[in-house]
Design a protein. Structure first.
Length: 143
């Protein structure tokens, strides 16, 4: 099976967060946002926003100063993909759009919201089965 790189797995922030966490785990130490951004092929500003969410959720710690950067607060086998998803999900570009579309429109919105909550619950349930360590097992970091 070939992987189509144009297929986005989850929100963009989720993919960048997983990539950044894997590079932090692989480094075994502290990395600057610029170093991580170059590894994950992301704009540094976007990456810092993602890292801020990971800091806020307690997955990553930020160290300020000349030798500062980011490092994991937990071992990769203790960070589930669900942890990462939940850390970035509220910042995935979702916007509250309140369109006055009558009673039927409100009913449609309510039903869609219920369906999306179920999708999110099932996604998180599945992601809890995998850790960063699981993702890292088959990666060749020598290239």
């Amino acid at each position: 099976m070939s992987l189509n790189r144009s297929i986005q797995i989850g929100p963009a922030k989720f993919g960048i967060a997983v990539h950044a966490l894997i590079w932090l785990a692989q480094s075994g130490g502290t990395l600057s946002s610029a170093a991580i951004a170059s590894q994950v092929n992301s704009h540094a500003t976007f990456l810092r926003r993602v890292l801020a969410l990971l800091v806020h959720s307690g997955i990553v710690e930020a160290k300020e100063g000349r030798d500062g950067g980011y490092f994991l607060k937990r071992c990769p086998n203790q960070i589930s993909l669900a942890d990462v998803f939940m850390a970035v999900k509220s910042e995935c570009g979702e916007q509250d759009m309140h369109i006055d579309c009558g009673t039927a429109g409100k009913q449609i919105d309510a039903r869609l919201e219920a369906i999306m909550e179920e999708v999110q619950w099932k996604t998180v349930t599945l992601l809890k089965q995998y850790t960063l360590d699981d993702v890292m097992k088959d990666i060749d970091f020598t290239n």
